[in-house]
Design a binder for this molecule. Structure first.
Ligand code: MRU
Length: 356
């Protein structure tokens, strides 16, 4: 995807350093940051310089490459892999990527381990790019169908950032949108602001602007009335963990949007690469839901009149706040899952048909 006309990926490896786009600085500053040690990688995931399920998986994979540069002893790698997995609990891609790396690295001798780790981390990224591109090609069919019936701009609502910035390229929820836009289908995106960290306003709107896709930021509570007015043709969101039952964990607020879509008969799709499927947990109550610092709610950051980034308190000083980062959308509210292998019902049967 492009930033000021130049193609970027969200993560790459250069001269034994992992390069990332620091997402805590967006949209006001575009900063490329160096991760030099595995501790840097863990911290970057925790403080959300990198975020989004596929991207934190890729960062963890490269984190293990950085760990090997420091110390390629298997016991150090085992301990480090656990720290990486625990750096954010909800997105399953983190564990998926670390397990995949560790499987490849177990028993490998010290002469070969670095190259094998680097190739595998690169492969995880390349695979994600391909999967996200295929999600776009598959999801495009739904947008095209709506366009052919409506013969007018297709209005798509999305929540959080399941875009290019959350993956390596293309995004999941945004990939069908970018594919439609590139094909000349008129699309307009309603971007949920996505409190408390504003990934919609800060990141999704930013990347859509850079790709010149028409979009409008709305407060998180606006989607309902837009659906009642017939101003939303479909919703597409991403996911941090999809169970084999079709239940989906995603950014807090996704569930309420799915309820409103269901009530208004607006199709509600979830886009995901297979690395986001948790084949083990069957009951959504067993999904660990990350609780983050309440300061993310009580403080907001923005540009002051001198164009300096400033953080201010917006709550009464004595107020307590609670910051759950994800919620669960039960499968019954989901019209379909858009994956790299095709579109399926959000169900054991649907996923089973695509992924044996
Ligand atoms: O807390 P974040 O910003 O990492 O949450 C991201 C999301 O909820 C995305 O929708 C999800 O990771 C899918 S990204 C393709």
């Amino acid at each position: 995807m492009k930033i000021e006309g130049k193609e970027y990926r969200t993560i790459w490896f250069e001269n034994n350093i992992v390069k990332i786009i620091d997402q805590t600085k967006l949209p006001h500053k575009f900063v490329i940051k160096d991760l030099k040690t595995v501790k840097d990688a863990i911290n970057s995931i925790k403080i959300m310089e990198v975020r989004g399920a596929p991207l934190i998986g890729a960062t963890a994979a490269y984190g293990l490459v950085l760990a090997i540069i420091e110390n390629n002893d298997q016991s150090f790698l085992k301990k480090t892999s656990e720290e990486l997995i625990n750096s954010r609990p909800t997105a399953i891609n983190l564990k998926w990527a670390v397990d995949r790396m560790m499987k490849k690295l177990s028993g490998v001798n010290s002469n070969e381990i670095f190259n094998i780790a680097l190739n595998e981390a690169k492969e995880i990224c390349e695979e994600d790019v391909k999967f996200c591109e295929n999600i776009g090609i598959n999801g495009l069919k739904i947008i095209e169908e709506i366009y052919n019936k409506k013969k007018g701009t297709v209005n798509i609502l999305t929540h959080c950032n399941a875009g290019w910035l959350a993956t390596i390229n293309w995004g999941t929820a945004t990939s069908p949108i970018y594919h439609a836009h590139k094909k000349g289908i008129p699309v307009h995106v309603w971007v949920d602001e996505t409190r408390p960290r504003n990934q919609g306003a800060n990141l999704t709107s930013y990347e859509l602007n850079e790709e010149e896709v028409p979009n409008t930021v709305i407060a998180d509570n606006t989607g309902g009335i837009l659906m009642q007015r017939g101003e939303v043709d479909m919703c597409i969101v991403g996911t941090d963990r999809t169970l084999s039952t079709g239940d989906v964990a995603n950014k807090i607020g996704t569930y309420l949007k799915a309820l409103a879509a269901y009530d208004n008969k607006v199709p509600f799709y979830v886009a995901l690469p297979s690395s986001t499927i948790d084949w083990n947990i069957k009951d959504f109550k067993d999904i660990p839901i990350e609780e983050r610092n309440s300061e993310e709610l009580s403080h907001v950051e923005g540009l002051d009149e001198n164009n300096n980034v400033k953080k201010v308190l917006i709550y009464p000083k004595k107020s307590k706040a609670m910051n759950l980062a994800f919620d669960i959308t039960p499968a019954k509210y989901i019209s379909g899952l858009i994956t790299e292998k095709g579109i399926c019902d959000a169900s054991e049967e649907g996923l089973g048909k695509l992924f044996k």
